[in-house]
Structure formats: C-alpha cells, structure tokens
Write a protein of this length. Structure first.
Lengths: 154, 529
C-alpha cells in the first residue's frame, strides 16, 4: 500500500470508484489513514462487510443506510458524523463500517506504526492526545449538526 | 464390550476423571466430539514482530472467515475466544442442538480439551470459606490439588493472597510481570496498610503457565502469542493430559461422538451416542458412567435421559465487570513486547470479614488488537487511533468476578424440541466495588471513571456451574451425593461443575479438576471386588 498522493479522482484506481463499498473505503482511507486503498484491502473490506451485515435488516437499518448514502454523496465529514452517531448510538452502520476499516488497517504491516508505539515518546504522546482531544470536541459539534441535517427527511 | 468407566467429555473434568480412572487400572473410554484446531503453520515469533512484518497476518488476527469481527456484535466475548485460531473451542456442531439463550449468553465447548483449551490459566484452590455449602472440606481436596499441581505445573508464591489461594507446595516461581503491573505491586507493598484498610489485597496469580520447563513442555517465551496461538507448550491444557494418556494407551478415546442419553439397569449403564460423521446411533455399555460434559451439557443429558421437560435446574455463573485503569505516567511508553499476555496480578476485595468476597484478575493490554478496545474511547476516530498507540500500553484491565448462589429466576430447562433453555436474571447492584477500586487505585496513580466500567451480560463470565448440585440429602432428584453419584442412580456420576452447590468468586477450573479426580477415586471404590 502506498501513501496518498492527492485527492484527485483521476489518480484513484477505477474499480475502486465504481461501487458503493469502494466509495466508502476510498473516503475512509482519505480521511482516517491518508492512503490509497489497494485491491487487496478492497477485497477484504467487501468480504468483511458481507460477513458483518449478512443478517442486517429492518427499518432502522434501512434508514441508517440512507443516511450513510446521503453523507457520502454530500461529501460530509465522516469522522465527525461517525463520532456524533457513536456517542448517541454505538450500534450504527457507520461505526460498524469504520470499525471494520480499523481492524483491516491495524492488521496491515504498512500501518503498524499507526497503532503500535515501540519507543518512549511521552511528550509526543501528550501533545498528540491533547490535540486530538480538542479536535474531537470540535468534530462532535460538527457531527451533531451533520447528523441532524442528514436525518431530516429520512 | 463392557467398559469399567465411560467418561462423557474431555474438558477439565473429563480429562481428570479419565486420568484418575486410568491410574487406578480401570478400563476407561472417553466419548467426545473432540473438535481440533485447523492444521496451520504455527506462530513462532513475537506477535509484534509478526504484526510488523508478516503480510499474511490477517489470516490469524482477523481470520479467513473474518472471525475476529465478532467483536462488532459480540463485544463481550473473550478476546481469546474471538481469535480465529481459537474459534474451534466454541464451535458448535449442528447435531449439538444449540442452546436457547434467554438472558444468558451461554457458551459451550465441543473441543478436544474443552473450554480450558482457551482459558486464562487461573488455578486457585478453594478454601473452607469457599466450600462452606459443599459437603466436603478443603482438606479433603488438598491431596488432589497437590497431585494436579505436580502434573500440570503452576506458578505462584507466598504473598498476601496465600490465605485465599491455599498451599504454595509444589509451585513454580511466578512469571515475570509487565512493568505496569510490577509498579502497581510495588506501590501496594509500600502502602499495604492503606489498601488493606479498604478491603483490598493484591498479589501474584496462580497460573498454569510454566516459568521453567516441565517434562517435554518448555517455559513461557513471553512472546504475546497466548491470544493467537492455541496449544502453546507453556500453557497447560487438558488436551496435553489426554494426549499423554492416549500415548501411554491408558484410555480409549471415541471422537466425533455426542452423548445423547443413558439408561441404567441393575448391572450396567447403556450410553447412547450419535456419530457426527455417519449420523448413526451407537449404544455403549459400561459399569459406571461419569458425566463430565460441562454444567450445561451434563444437565441436558440427564434431563433427556429422564424425558423431563418440566424440571428447572439451578444455574450459577460468576457475574463479571471490567474496570479500565490508566496510568498517565506511562502514556507514551513503548508497548510491552515481552509479555505472556494473561493475568498479571490478582486482587481480593472483602470490605469486612464475613462479607462477600470479590476476586479480580488484572491484565495488561499487550496481546489483543487495539481495535478491540479502541472504539470504546469516547473520541473521534483519529483520536481513537492515537489512543490505541499511546494509551493502551499504559492501561490495566481489572476483571471482577462475583460469587453466585441459587436463585429461582436462574435455571436451565429442557424444551420440547430437546434443546436446553438457559434463563438468567441480570444481577443488580453491581458498581459499588468497582467505584471503591477506582477510588483506591487513584492513590497508585491509576485513573478511571465509573462510566468506563463495562458490565458484560450474564453468560459472559463463562464460569458456569450448579445444575446438579451436591447435597447431603441423596433423595432429592437431580442432585449429587458427596461422592459425586447422581441421586436416585447407582452407576451414574457427575464430575464437572454441575455439582457445585454455590459458586465462589474464583476461577473454578482447578477445583473442577480436583473434584473430578476425587470422583474417579470414589467410582473406583465402588468397583472393587
């Protein structure tokens, strides 16, 4: 897997743009990992979704799918939306998809350093966590607004 | 062919009942489904080395069938049972007729070696206080505890928990602690009066993990593989004892067979089994039958044998909770590469003498994936990822176990479709001890909040017991005598946790093994000419 070289659609593999799961994965990669999804990751993401959502059904699930589709189409901030959604209801489609993505990312040697710290970095850790804590607060506000607007009309 | 003894099941109880019967020269057959792990390349390196370099790591961390993603809808399942290579331990053959779970996430194992193939290796002796409702004392169990300790190798030491965990005879030296656990133990030892005044005692665990080689088993390699690779030689599993018995031709073993029911005549017991391969039924004959299929399965076999769809049998389980504690001082410290990954320390909480004891196991967070815990952080995803990297190595998880006793709302019953129904009412009023632990450990520099405490639903403690409890009164149906014989039966014995009249707040596996061995000796007594 290579690092991101930009957001230009022309630089993204064609097969990844073509389907819904591919679009989701593309957005997750852009937003959370700054990488370009490779075919192997896409295949794994497809299979994992098939496994986790094999028996998902019902009105609530359909409504959640609509919200997710609207968010993807409107290019909403998925990190903010997921965070606000998760705090309100942990059992939602976007949190599950992001969780799948996290698992797949964590089990790739390319992203090892994103999850494992092998040296003493107390100052770095405090700075990063402090910044991320503040950022989370802002994302929460943004996410709530986004969630309310997306839910309207569903 | 007429066997002296047929044992149903190969878990902690079945293996040690068979061990005892074989040692006494009885012709013994173990009937078992006996699921095995898939033959795969064994993991040999440290898990962090594998994660850093192995491009195929998803196979054993997530699984070809994405087994690990069970965490998305079974968040309270033990991380070990969730791991792909351990899934065989709780796989259920279709013929087993799955349990109907009503408020109780029942797990059962059909694996070779049973649930203890994926256990935490905690091995604690029951004391007289734990056994106060049992019809025997701790001193009666001690010779069996001692024999098992010699055979399987247990680490531990003399410390503040000895009065709860019993004799230290024959123990190996304790395993090396992770640095955070070591720091907590040092703090406890410096401020012991403070902790003891709050009802807390802390010490080394008793673990069936070798700190030095024993026979052909090697000592613990501290490679963090315990969550990912079954059958590590340093961690005891009943499968090792079974293998030895089979190698020495001391027992016979019938695999792929499920015990359905039994019937008893004046001279023998007929045991009906179902072959999972051919779907045919077989009738085996034995002079004594020992049920050791686990508290749920043994109850099912007994109820089926009596065609009883009415009786409700008691069900016991240790309610559990999990308290995360973070040491801010350790945030940003490197991950604990050299760790065995299982219980680091034990804690006993007893506010005042005579009050209920609560036992806790304290774990570090080195082996499981960060993604297992990360989504519980109330932060946005990038912050979650940063927390996995910087906060998890500074975290301890305190898993509390509460004692349990018989209650009318907690029972198992056979349904008309022959499936077992488990019902259990969620225990109320949990949270006080957790709050006390959070407040007390603040003094040791460990931070938490009551909102971060998790209370897994009933069934997730996995310590099940009490369906055929032992009593002095041998006239009550569906109970067992002090010798382990099923009431109103002459030749059927129960050797697993079904016989527990109450469930102390301790991992009960060592006591299951010791009582199974004791039961085998009792059975042998009845077969003497």
């Amino acid at each position: 897997m290579t690092e991101s070289i930009g957001d230009s659609p022309s630089l993204k593999p064609r097969h990844i743009q073509d389907d819904e799961l591919g679009q989701e994965l593309q957005r997750f990669c852009d937003q959370f990992a700054h990488c370009v999804p490779d075919p192997e990751l896409l295949a794994a993401y497809r299979c994992a979704n098939a496994k986790v959502f094999a028996h998902a059904a019902g009105q609530e699930h359909e409504e959640q799918k609509i919200i997710l589709r609207k968010a993807l189409a409107a290019k909403r901030d998925l990190e903010a939306l997921e965070y606000a959604w998760r705090l309100g209801c942990h059992d939602n489609i976007l949190t599950k998809k992001v969780h799948i993505f996290m698992y797949l990312l964590e089990t790739s040697p390319d992203h090892y350093n994103k999850f494992v710290n092998e040296s003493k970095q107390r100052t770095t850790a405090y700075v990063v966590l402090g910044f991320q804590g503040l950022r989370s607060a802002l994302k929460l506000c943004k996410g709530y607004i986004s969630l309310i607007s997306l839910r309207a009309g569903v | 062919m007429l066997y002296d003894v047929i044992v149903a099941g190969s878990g902690a109880a079945g293996t040690w009942a068979a061990f005892g019967a074989a040692r006494l020269g009885l012709k013994t057959l173990v009937v078992d489904v006996g699921l095995q792990p898939k033959p795969e390349r064994r993991l040999e390196q440290n898990i962090f080395e594998l994660r850093r370099t192995d491009i195929n790591q998803r196979q054993y961390l997530i699984g070809d069938e994405y087994e690990s993603l069970h965490n998305l809808y079974q968040p309270y399942l033990s991380p070990k049972l969730k791991a792909p290579r351990y899934r065989y331990v709780i796989a259920e053959p279709e013929a087993s007729m799955r349990i109907k779970k009503e408020g109780f996430d029942a797990l059962q194992s059909f694996a070779y070696g049973g649930l203890a193939s994926a256990w935490g290796a905690g091995t604690y002796r029951y004391d007289d206080d734990d056994l106060r409702k049992f019809p025997f004392t701790a001193s009666e169990l001690d010779p069996y505890y001692d024999a098992i300790t010699r055979e399987i190798g247990i680490t531990g030491t003399q410390d503040d928990l000895q009065e709860h965990f019993g004799s230290t005879a024959g123990l190996q030296t304790p395993l090396k602690l992770d640095r955070l656990a070591q720091r907590l133990l040092n703090t406890y030892q410096r401020k012991k009066k403070y902790y003891n005044a709050r009802g807390i005692k802390l010490g080394y665990p008793r673990l069936a993990i070798l700190s030095r080689a024993l026979g052909d088993r090697t000592a613990c390699a501290y490679d963090n593989l315990s969550f990912w690779q079954p059958q590590l030689p340093s961690i005891y599993s009943p499968a090792m004892t079974l293998d030895q018995l089979l190698r020495d031709k001391k027992i016979e073993y019938l695999r792929d067979h499920l015990v359905i029911r039994y019937s008893e005549s004046d001279t023998e017991v007929s045991v009906e089994t179902l072959s999972l391969k051919t779907k045919t039924k077989t009738l085996l004959k034995t002079r004594r039958f020992i049920l050791a299929a686990g508290a749920l399965n043994s109850a099912k076999i007994v109820l089926r044998s009596h065609d009883d769809y009415q009786t409700q049998l008691p069900l016991l389980e240790n309610p559990t909770s999990m308290v995360p504690l973070v040491s801010p001082w350790h945030i940003g410290q490197p991950v604990e590469r050299q760790s065995h990954g299982l219980i680091q320390l034990n804690l006993i909480y007893q506010r005042a003498p005579g009050e209920e004891k609560v036992q806790a196991s304290i774990y570090g967070y080195s082996s499981p994936l960060g993604s297992d815990a990360g989504m519980n952080f109330p932060l946005a995803i990038k912050a979650v990822m940063a927390s996995c990297k910087y906060v998890l190595p500074s975290m301890l998880i305190v898993q509390l176990f509460y004692a349990d006793s018989q209650k009318p709302g907690n029972y198992v019953q056979l349904a008309s479709d022959q499936r077992l129904v488990t019902r259990y009412e969620k225990r109320k009023n949990l949270g006080k001890v957790e709050g006390e632990i959070i407040r007390t450990f603040l003094r040791a520099g460990l931070v938490s909040h009551s909102r971060l405490v998790q209370y897994p639903p009933p069934g997730n403690g996995i310590h099940y017991a009490g369906t055929l409890p032992m009593t002095e009164d041998s006239t009550r149906p569906y109970t067992t005598t002090p010798q382990g014989r099923l009431a109103k039966s002459q030749k059927v014995y129960v050797a697993d946790a079904s016989i527990f009249p109450c469930l102390p707040a301790k991992n009960h596996t060592l006591t299951i093994m010791a009582n199974a061995l004791r039961t085998a000796y009792n059975v042998a007594e009845t077969l003497r000419p």
